[in-house]
Design a protein around this ligand. Sequence first.
Ligand code: ADP
Ligand code: ZN
Ligand code: ZN
Length: 734
Amino acid sequence: MNDKKTNILRVAVPTPLRQTFDYLPPEGCLTLPAPGSRVRVPFQHRELVGIVLEVTTHSDFALHKLKKALAILDAEPVLAPDILALCLWAADYYHHPVGDVLDGALPVWLRQGKSAELSTESYWLLTDAGKIFDVETIKRAPRQTDLLRWLALHPEGATSRQLQEHDLPSTVLKTLVKKGLVALQKKSFTPLADAVTETPLALNAAQQQAVTEIIAAADTFKVFLLDGVTGSGKTEVYLQTITATLARQQQVLVLVPEIGLTPQTIQRFRRRFSVPVVALHSGLSDKERLNAWIAAKLGTAKIIIGTRSAIFSAFAALGLIIVDEEHDLSFKQQEGFRYHARDLAIMRARAVNIPIVLGSATASLETLARAQQGRYEHLRLPERAGGAVTPLFQVMDIRKADLDEGLSTSLLKTMREHLDAGGQVMLFLNRRGFAPVLICNTCGWLAACKRCDARMTYHHEPRRLHCHHCDAQRPVFKKCEGCGALDLQVIGLGTERLELAIAKHFPEHSIARVDRDSTQRKGSMETLLEDIQSGAHQILIGTQMLAKGHHFPNVTLVGIIDTDGGFFSTDFRAIERMGQLILQVAGRAGRASKAGTVIIQTRHPDHPLLLQLLRESYFYFANTLLKDRQLAELPPFAYFALFRAEAHLQDHATQFLQQIKNLVDNSDCAVPIWGPIAAPMPRKAGRYRVQLLMQAAQRPLLQRCLKRILPDIEKLPGKQNIRWSLDVDPLDMF
Ligand code: ADP
Ligand code: ZN
Ligand code: ZN
């Protein structure tokens, strides 16, 4: 033990181990690092970058056994106390190795030990010749004039990314450089601010009340559920509360779903505010990400819009958090460190004492339940804003209908009426590819994935069999792989097949298909969306990529081809999700002045939940589900933790989880535990998947039990043959 009061650094190191490590300060170290600073340390024959959690004088290890840290990398901590605290809380709550949590919270360059200072980026600027150039002389090159005009308004220049975020064509830059009008210059990154080009709308009464209440909560922790149907003007509420936050010299964090960070979204904020807005998303390079991160930390970036991981951004003065579409599944990280960004956002707001707004038209049952318990303030926007009318729902019974490739005659007829009237029509089918099943009519052979317990989807373009679970692909042969007969048939409907069928019925109209296959090329999603906005396509076919967040004012008819999957899933959350999806899709119809119609094809036209959703509202539908969940003791009235194990041999996975179960049974934890049982898809990508579910009526019970058994799990034998993970508050039982 240590009596001379030697200083010891307690360091979180990026390893899969659930513990911290003690080091001595580096040789000749004069100033001890503050918590949140990076240090380079020796770790098992390697050098790693770790984060100092505390400086202490006590270690459980003998001093002479401690290694010296190699270098202190930061004079100022890279992780401010509030993020450090958030990460420590998250590591504890999700029972994830703290080193990995902290590592994940940092931009990649900082993880690698690079400097935490702004680095230079390449900026496009007008040359002297460009500044005096008369754009009228190239009037017939509108893309060039657009860019020149914009650069004239932004003398500080812009990076290629900033041009892209403004939907400006970087393709013509080369031409302008050749003409000597534009040049590239390296300079230190500055987040871009735009001139305000949009004025606030006059709020309706419900919006005004929401804005007033949120503003009144400044500098206090309060959770608001902003519950408003699509098109009710939630975004306008965000924008006007942001105005008040900026006026107090504070910053704003806006979390959006993965699919929601389009140039249109970013521009909506840029048009309204003259302060620097920074977007954090997966498309950024490591350098861009670090620069954006630093700009937020320094306080020069005022509004940060980002997907899930932006919750770990540093801020100089955070004053408001907004989580848009709070029910969206992409806020939950489904691998590695399995956190929920919405839940962490609430913790962060609590820690720094600021309000947080959770916005949704179809709030998650978790959030609704808390609003009903009075823990969240429930703000309602019951009507569509600006005169837009609520869409009309039509349930179409297709049990006896004569379907052509999944399309009923009455849907086709209604489509024709809307198209003739000049409206756009959107068809929603949440299944990409041509058909989900390829079968031999002679012997019954099915095209199955060799590595998963799943069928392969038949794709036309390019022609292949594709497993949507493990991504395996193989060619399609004319002959049956089972018996050799030339008797193969496809069954079921995917977006590719729907597109062909629609093209046959409406040869005079242009079709846009939006799914993962049609948008694979970089930028193709943007192009498709633009062409839809401009009316170049009249019929839109898409999976849920098309369902979320987009604003298509001219869509007057939405057809939902198939809703029935949601009623018969083994996942207890499937109905909630189906309801959310139907309303999100329906929300695309009639967002402007034209009234929208939504046709839902179903084989269960009398299903009480479906009818409640459509005739009453999401609120009643959700309440029915909440009552069911309460009776069945399911979340949000119970708390789950799911252990998963995967192995090449099923026994290995099962035995490992059985040992965990034994640990729980032999402890004094009184929590029910179910399993080990095979996962709903028992084999994926060649590995058998088994799971074990822990359930408790109260969070602390579950937490105490996990804390008790995890150290013993770390010591269990047989781990070399398996991969295992723990998911606290799992959203997905697969
Ligand atoms: P949400 O985010 O709830 O789906 P939006 O904020 O996108 O809704 O608003 C939908 C449409 O209604 C937008 O075109 C918006 O400009 C318009 N809008 C919102 N609030 C008002 C208002 N107070 N007066 C007039 N139009 C409004
Ligand atoms: Zn066959
Ligand atoms: Zn597969």
